[in-house]
Write a protein that binds this ligand. Structure first.
Ligand SMILES: [Zn+2]
Length: 352
């Protein structure tokens, strides 16, 4: 009996110590993994705050016009209060939760009235949770559009002179005196290749129409792409916008000499409208209707380039807004049949 109970006791001790060991090991493991999990949540939370992941641009052309006129006129008339159209748009976006379908001009008038009565934008927007988000998002889209610049014009002696201006310095991607048509086609599905949505706006026009750089920047991509055909991608100087011009003309897609790394100015001729693309083979016309595919990608962090997290915005209303600000061109090289802009542009950061 005694032997047996000792034996049982011995077994019990082994059991208990094993149990303690198991509890100790498992709690160590649980602690380790929970710490790891917490760490990963923290990392995610940090990167979540770091940069904007998504932008839905719904501002209609008429609201772009109203706010840009307030901005441009107040600067040109040296008014006591100058308006910043991007701030006005960000404020309105807060009122509508980003959806400008609800736009009423009385809302804009009210903001203007408050600013005229001496309130600052900071005071007016201090309680609006998403104001900073919209300001950053819309700045990424529109900050290159309005500002100081100098453009060539003809003086009374029929000489070209630079005239300093404050105003719209972004151009329509279609040259002056060339027609185009377009409709709201952002997000439509596309059948070539894998199923995907349309991330730009198609501007239907005639083959050879000179294509204009909307904004100044650096040529980041140039060459053949299976979907875009002959295409060119131009990054704005602040790095936030990537302008994509695709399906350029077969055989002679780009303006003579255009290369990756080049600086282009807003209003420069960069290439010619065509119907290339939808082919692995280079220089193939596989698009049914001649058009320029135009797109704007927003980049808040370099990891968003060439990733599943690319942000392309609907540019239909932007094209509507820019279509009256066209760059005039002329046949400048009889040999290569290349066109150039007629009136040069200078921007502050280009004049150094
Ligand atoms: Zn397209």
């Amino acid at each position: 009996m005694i032997m047996k109970s000792i034996h049982i006791k011995k077994n019990c001790i082994i059991c208990i110590s094993l149990l303690i060991l198991v509890i100790f090991l498992s709690s160590t493991l649980i602690f380790y993994f929970s710490q790891k999990h917490l760490q990963s949540i923290e990392v995610n939370a940090d990167s979540e705050e770091d940069y904007i992941k998504w932008v839905d641009f719904t501002v209609p052309c008429n609201v772009l016009k109203l706010t840009s006129e307030l901005d441009i006129n107040s600067h040109n008339n040296n008014e006591e209060i100058t308006y910043n159209w991007i701030e006005l748009l960000a404020y309105l976006a807060c009122i509508y939760g980003g959806n400008f379908k609800n736009f009423q001009s009385s809302d804009l008038n009210k903001i203007v009235e408050n600013l005229e009565n001496g309130k600052t934008m900071e005071e007016l927007t201090s309680t609006l949770t998403f104001y900073d988000y919209y300001l950053e998002a819309y700045s990424a889209i529109l900050s290159g559009f309005i500002g100081n610049y100098a453009i060539e014009t003809m003086n009374e002696n029929n000489e070209k002179v630079f005239e300093k201006k404050y105003g719209l310095k972004a151009f329509s991607p279609i040259a002056k005196n060339y027609y185009f048509t377009h409709y709201k086609d952002f997000g439509n599905s596309r059948s070539y290749g894998f199923k995907r949505t349309h991330l730009g706006n198609d501007l239907m026009g005639s083959i050879g129409t000179p294509i204009i750089a909307v904004e100044s920047g650096i040529v980041e991509q140039l060459g053949w792409n299976q979907y875009g055909g002959w295409r060119v991608g131009i990054r704005s100087f602040d790095g936030k916008r990537y302008y994509y011009y695709a399906h350029l003309r077969k055989d002679h897609p780009y303006v003579e000499g255009l290369e990756k790394g080049d600086t282009v100015k807003a209003g420069d001729v960069i290439g010619y409208l065509g119907m290339t693309g939808y082919s692995i083979k280079e220089n193939v016309n596989n698009i049914n209707v001649a058009h320029l595919h135009f797109g704007i990608q927003l980049i808040f962090d370099e990891s968003q380039v060439d990733s599943p997290n690319e942000i392309w915005i609907d540019v239909y209303e932007i094209i509507e807004f820019l279509k009256t600000n066209t760059s005039e061109v002329y046949l400048s090289n009889e040999e290569t049949k290349d066109y150039s802009r007629k009136y040069d542009l200078m921007e502050e950061f280009l004049t150094e």
